[in-house]
Design a protein around this ligand. Structure first.
Ligand code: HEC
Length: 101
């Protein structure tokens, strides 16, 4: 019981899972960490995963993410993933991955 209370306190203090901090993350390196596992270190794609490396303009990239989150664009996984990011975070991701303006 004591262990459960301690774990609960640790969780509530943000010691184990700090989800709110991640939800507000504005650090691009942290954000792209959530994409690299599938899209590759530089977004090059492969193994059936499309490249996102300089394949779209910033506006197109952000629009794609919005379309996934609104279920307007079919996908296996991107609907769920895109809903995990704020518009500000999507703008940072777009700035990172999109073609140079
Ligand atoms: C679990 C694997 C996975 C992760 C993690 C992932 N993606 Fe994807 N992504 C996919 C797959 C698969 C597709 C193809 C659409 C689908 O099936 O959902 C895709 C498609 C896309 C597309 C559309 C590309 C195009 O030209 O059609 C964009 C943009 C994109 N992902 C951005 C991201 C970003 C940004 C992140 C990180 C926040 C991310 N993805 C994380 C698997 C992933």
């Amino acid at each position: 019981m004591k262990i459960r209370i301690a774990l609960c306190a640790l969780f509530l203090s943000g010691g184990v899972v700090n989800a709110p901090a991640f939800a507000q993350a504005t650090d691009t390196a942290l954000l792209i960490g959530g994409c690299q596992g599938c899209h590759g270190v530089s977004g090059q794609g492969g193994h059936g995963i499309p490249s996102i490396k300089a394949t779209h303009s910033r506006d197109e990239f952000a629009a794609l993410m919005r379309a996934f989150s609104a279920n307007e664009r079919p996908g296996t996984i991107m609907g769920r993933i895109s809903r995990g990011y704020t518009p500000e975070q999507i703008a940072l991701l777009a700035a990172h991955y999109a073609r140079p303006q």
